[in-house]
Design a protein around this ligand. Structure first.
Ligand code: AMP
Ligand code: MN
Ligand code: MN
Ligand code: MN
Length: 279
């Protein structure tokens, strides 16, 4: 089967999405998605429910994850798709990443307390359905609830981005680790939403050189956070590096996302879609 509408990037309550995995599956199917990967941040915890729900609605399902890394001090996200979720390298690496998230969240709480906003770690935890996976998105939702900003975007802008008082530096996984875990588990590594990183053209090429040298095979050309110019630019880079191209909404929830599941542009027709690598 050739998917007409694949979406290989979205989130559930297993990380910082707003809908449980089964509801994300049903919403994807209702939106016309016919091949779907759930890619929660640093956890495989939603995949079993997602797979069952996808089967129930006739949706082809591919296991996925979005791994948080830093490359030369820049935070980057690497999506993995089509792996064996039981592989210990991947699950063990992700477990260590989640422990780091808890420690970072405590430091974020301390940093915000220092500017006169106490109790934010505990408050953010109440927004995390999976207490094992706390993200800045949970902090943002709690801070909106106590009136610190009018929406999540405002909280990020003034409190949770580099240079702002609630942002703390953190050691994530390395590019080598993330690509290694994914490929050890038989999956395909994909650079997520490359248009979102604040990298010069030269540094983007150095990132892609390193990624390719480590065995990375894919790049998200179409993303909910990409402009049409990003699509043209990253399609050119996909051709240059002979990467397979991925496509994903990065859907987090009905009120909080750039676009809904499956509602993104099609890939440029000459690119090799990433699902070809394992279907
Ligand atoms: P973390 O992985 O804990 O650093 O949190 C990153 C998550 O925060 C992303 O995956 C998004 O869900 C969310 N996020 C990051 N920047 C923004 C923004 N400007 N507006 C809304 N959500 C954001
Ligand atoms: Mn997120
Ligand atoms: Mn991301
Ligand atoms: Mn994402």
């Amino acid at each position: 089967m050739t998917p007409a509408n694949f979406d290989f990037h979205c989130h559930s309550t297993a990380s910082d999405g707003l809908l449980p995995p089964g509801e994300v599956a049903r919403r994807a199917a209702a939106n016309g998605v016919d091949c779907w990967a759930l890619t929660d941040h640093d956890t495989l915890g939603g995949l079993a429910e997602a797979a069952t729900a996808a089967a129930d609605c006739g949706l082809a399902f591919v296991p996925g994850v979005e791994i948080s890394i830093e490359w030369r001090t820049t935070p980057i996200h690497i999506v993995g798709v089509g792996f064996d979720p039981a592989h210990p390298d991947l699950s063990g690496g992700l477990e260590a990443l989640r422990l780091g998230r808890v420690e970072r969240a405590r430091r974020m709480g301390e940093a915000l307390a220092a500017i006169g906003i106490p109790g934010v770690y505990e408050g953010a935890l109440r927004y995390a359905t999976n207490p094992d996976l706390i993200s800045r998105a949970h902090f943002a939702r709690y801070l909106v609830s106590i009136g610190i900003a009018k929406d999540v975007g405002g909280v990020f802008q003034y409190y949770l981005t580099p240079g702002k008082p609630g942002y703390v530096d953190h050691r994530w996984a390395t590019l080598e680790e993330a690509v290694g875990w994914i490929t050890a588990a038989g999956g395909v590594a994909v650079v997520a939403h490359p248009g979102r990183y604040k990298l010069s053209g030269g540094d983007m090429r150095r990132l892609l050189d390193d990624f390719k040298a480590l065995g990375g095979q894919g790049i998200e050309v179409v993303s909910g956070s990409h402009s049409p110019d990003h699509v043209l630019h990253f399609a050119r880079l996909a051709r240059h590096y002979a990467f397979h191209a991925s496509r994903g909404s990065d859907f987090h929830g009905p009120e909080e996302s750039y676009v809904d599941l499956g509602r993104v542009a099609q890939l440029p027709l000459d690119l090799k879609p990433v699902w070809r690598l394992f279907r």
